[in-house]
Design a binder for this molecule. Sequence first.
Ligand SMILES: Nc1ncnc2c1ncn2[C@@H]1O[C@H](COP(=O)(O)OP(=O)(O)OP(=O)(O)O)[C@@H](O)[C@H]1O
Ligand SMILES: [Mg+2]
Length: 263
Amino acid sequence: MAVEEEALKPERRTRRVDSGIPGLDELLNGGIPARNVVLLSGGPGTGKTIFGQQFLYHGLTKGEPGVLVALEEHPAQIISNMLNFGWDVRKHQAEGTFEIVDAFTGGVGEYAKRERYVVKSVDDVPTFIDVVREAIRDLKAQRVVIDSVTTLYLTKPAVARSVVMTLKRVLAGLGCTSILVSQVSVGERGFGGPGVEHAADGIIRLDLDEVDGELKRSLIIWKMRGTSHSMRRHLFEITDKGIVVYPNKVLRWRRRVSEEEGA
Ligand SMILES: Nc1ncnc2c1ncn2[C@@H]1O[C@H](COP(=O)(O)OP(=O)(O)OP(=O)(O)O)[C@@H](O)[C@H]1O
Ligand SMILES: [Mg+2]
């Protein structure tokens, strides 16, 4: 189909990718528009890693191959953490529908010797992108998670936008729908820097706030190209089956934070 025709397609005909996160697709009118590159932003412990893993595992259960690019945690740790939620990826690794690109160990250690996709140094962005591209092509991946992109430009913020733009071209070009995890500090507004925020097709922000002496989790969809979406801040929980979003529970900010049900 010509690019122009594609662009003229009405929103309701946009192909959607279901997130696998109960309650979320309802807020997105059916799911994430296919090929979008979504920045998943939030402070420490807000659930970004779990969100990404849930998105990938859901794809696997539907026969959609996925690639997880690990920059923050050891691949063995990731596989074991996913098992805690009942997400056993080993079978999918064996059948060639799931791979972890190891950009964590630097290729050092016994584990790395057995891996197919290893990035020696994350400072070498072109090589990093080549390895990611190779993994996506080999698997014919439809879903990709990079956890986290922040690590790629932590020491050189000036290149953040170009790194994300290059990733976007590669990921969307190969037909993937992607989540780029973006780390922000506690109390920091924004989603990971101006270049990155504008380059992404979508931004979902996860938050953790103390309300009456209790931590509450909430998320807000700040932008999502190709669809309308909820403009509210929705409560969510992390359970032993993963993340569950409550479309009818909204967190409102007044003079102080209060939780409202059935909003
Ligand atoms: N089985 C579980 N049940 C409920 N909550 C859990 C469970 N496992 C982890 N959590 C919660 O999830 C949090 C970690 O989530 P996650 O690793 O996705 O955070 P993150 O946003 O990736 O953080 P960081 O930026 O530090 O990597 C824990 O701090 C804990 O509160
Ligand atoms: Mg994490």
